[in-house]
Design a protein around this ligand. Structure first.
Ligand SMILES: *Cc1c(COP(=O)(O)O)cnc(C)c1O
Length: 425
């Protein structure tokens, strides 16, 4: 553990090996055995990141609920459940995934999302999840009805919108009044009071989630300070909340080779603790990206190198349907040749085969020479990679392998073309 503390990723060239490895396993060997495009994950790195949160909160009651939407593959959920993780879900489908991977973790599930259906609420009530993160007055009413009907007491937390600005991409910022998420913090007290005497609703906690890929600890601290203020006011109303859920959103560095994850987590949790002040109930966190992003890479093979005028296009067998982040959020992913060739570094566009100009991984990226058949690794692809993949252009989705020490397991087989039309008539 100590050695990797400041290295951002588990993808290295151990003992000056020519080939890039995941831990002790060569990516050349993995591509040969499992084909490309291929998602590769390091189990050690996933555990390591998760444990940083556990360790930083050792001194207080806490629950780390991994945000399933970042990467919902069963094999990944299993690793985290084995470490004692809880789960933050946003759909009935994600609930079924957690139940399939780790049924014993059901009592550690929090259910977020602005559009829960009655069927999803029923399923979650019947399974006995920990907490519903309620995002509107209408949802609170529906939850009360479904709970009464089933005679199951529902623990809920209002997700409040603290009106805190966090510097990130506009598509993944969620904590401002203009966003669709949560209820206005100024209305929350009224809502808690309105259901105070409802015997099927237990006001268990309160939650916030201000966005994703937030690099500074300051906005997290500011959001929690506002929440704690409200919690203290409500104590006088006789509403004593047991938990504060600070959401997820802690960002990583998609550029740097060195990244002190431990320092980041400590900075983040210190800011939260400072704002929590004298609240000594349970602190719930919902990190997704921070745990899984850097543990994964998308391995792809170069199909063609093509010149148009003075531009060079490197066309890979992976595309935006496999990893949409560059197209969707103008996101940066480091691209590393698995077996680098000697020669001058030149700017190229790395693109996929899909019929969209938005189908690119990088533009004017300086790469050492690449040729047809070469392997490239797109780094930090563990979060919002496979979980946002699609079958656009009738492309089967990639396989996923998990490297755990010297052991490699296929945690998802490659889709076949037949899989893609199996549901059609
Ligand atoms: C997406 C999401 C998360 C996880 O965000 P990360 O940036 O991946 O940590 C946590 N909580 C909620 C409510 C979310 O919507």
């Amino acid at each position: 553990m100590a050695q990797r503390k400041t290295l951002a990723r588990p993808f290295t060239r151990p003992n000056n090996a020519a080939e890039l490895h995941c831990g002790s396993v060569s990516l050349v060997a993995l591509a040969k055995r499992h084909g490309t495009p291929l998602y590769v994950y390091s189990a050690d790195q996933i555990r390591e990141r998760f444990c940083l949160f556990q360790a930083a909160l050792e001194d207080r009651e806490h629950l780390i609920c991994y945000a399933v939407k970042a990467n919902s593959t069963l094999g990944i959920l299993k690793i985290l459940a084995a470490q004692g993780a809880g789960f933050d879900i946003v759909s009935g489908g994600e609930l079924k995934r957690v139940l399939a991977a780790a049924p014993e973790a059901v009592s550690r599930i929090v259910f977020s999302g602005v559009g829960k259906t009655a069927a999803e609420i029923d399923l979650a009530l019947d399974e006995g999840i920990l907490q519903f993160n309620v995002e509107s007055e209408g949802e609170l009413e529906l939850l009360a009805k479904r709970a009464a009907k089933r005679k199951i007491r529902a623990r809920f937390a209002l997700r409040v919108n603290p009106d805190v600005f966090a510097e990130t991409h506009p598509y993944i910022s969620t904590g401002l009044r203009e966003h669709k998420f949560g209820v206005d913090i100024r209305r929350a007290r009224e809502l808690y009071l309105s259901v105070k005497n409802n015997k099927w609703l237990e006001a268990y906690g309160i939650s916030v989630h201000i966005g994703s890929q937030i690099r500074s600890a300051t906005p997290f601290g500011a959001a929690i300070a506002r929440v704690v203020e409200l919690v203290n006011v409500m104590k006088k109303d006789g509403i004593v909340l047991k938990a504060i859920d600070a959401g997820g959103g802690l960002g990583i560095d998609y550029h740097a080779e060195v990244f002190n994850a431990q320092e980041k987590v400590n900075e983040y949790t210190s800011a939260l603790k400072k704002s929590l002040n004298d609240f000594n109930g349970r602190l719930i966190l919902e990190p997704g990206r921070f745990i899984i992003a850097q543990a994964g890479a998308l391995l792809t093979r170069v199909l063609y190198v093509k010149k148009n005028g003075n531009k060079t296009f490197v066309i890979t067998d992976a595309a935006m349907n496999d990893l949409i982040r560059p197209a969707l959020y103008q996101a940066h992913h480091e691209i590393v040749p698995v077996l680098p060739r000697k020669g001058q570094v030149k700017p190229v566009d790395v693109v996929g085969p899909i019929c969209e100009t938005g189908d690119f991984f990088a533009r004017d990226r300086k790469l050492s020479p690449v040729e047809t058949g070469d392997l490239l690794a797109l780094l930090d692809a563990g979060a919002y990679g496979m979980s946002q993949s699609s079958n656009y252009n009738t492309r089967p989705r990639p396989a996923e392998v998990l490297v755990d020490g010297s052991k490699v397991s296929v945690i998802r087989r490659r889709e076949t073309i037949e899989d893609l039309f199996a549901t059609e008539k």
